[in-house]
Design a protein around this ligand. Structure first.
Ligand code: AMP
Length: 195
């Protein structure tokens, strides 16, 4: 079977907008770009922060959006009322699992601790060969540099192998992320996933 294109992408990003308006602009561009490419947005289901912005942008551009939110966060993260499909999970772990299952690839946008957590977890699962889905980090205005530096420090200190640096790709902006998604094949169907 010929390689299939990426059809569904999980986006990890902040439940806040950050100080620099460039982050919100990038989230808008990503939502619009995913919709234009016919790629479904899978995200944490919130209506706040960059999460809400990326979802609003995708919906506004006619895109397909799947939100996945834990019951206890529906109020705090203002569960988005307008997404096409919303899954309410019992736990954070269920949320991450459902987001993983629904995605062919992952994109990390600017965010805080939750964004780091989601990115690290999906990367460590790949390190353990539990999946082989692409992980793209969008380094909007250099926001990811401190995160990347801590991964590189772990390699320098002998706590991670240099091959860890191949588990993810760093793209400078949303245009580069969209171009990469268009070029990437979807992970082969039937490939073992043991997460
Ligand atoms: P933040 O980057 O901290 O604004 O969080 C972004 C998203 O990650 C929010 O939807 C959080 O609910 C979510 N999040 C925070 N901690 C975790 C976690 N341990 N596992 C999964 N998602 C999380």
């Amino acid at each position: 079977m010929p390689p299939q294109p990426i059809r569904s992408v999980a986006v990890f990003c902040g439940s806040r907008v950050g100080h620099d308006p460039v982050y919100a602009a990038a989230a808008t561009a990503l939502g619009v770009g995913l919709a234009a490419a016919g790629i479904r947005l899978v995200y944490g289901g919130g209506g706040v922060g960059l999460m809400g912005i990326v979802a609003d942008a995708a919906l506004g551009a006619g895109g397909q959006v799947l939100g996945i939110i834990p019951e206890f966060l529906q109020r705090r993260e203002v569960a988005h009322a307008g997404v096409g499909e919303m899954v309410v999970t019992q736990t954070m772990h269920d949320r991450k699992r459902r987001m993983f299952d629904a995605a062919d690839a992952f994109v990390t946008m600017p965010g805080g601790l939750g964004t780091f957590d989601e990115t690290i977890e999906i990367t460590t699962w790949r390190q353990l060969a539990l999946h082989d889905k692409p992980i793209l980090i969008c380094d909007v205005a250099g926001w990811a540099q401190p995160y990347l530096a801590s991964v590189e420090a772990a390699v320098d200190q002998g706590f991670a192998g240099a091959e860890c640096l191949q588990l993810y790709e760093v793209l400078p902006d949303v245009d580069a992320v969209l171009a990469r998604l268009a070029a990437l094949p979807s992970p082969a169907a039937g490939q073992p996933e043991r997460v």
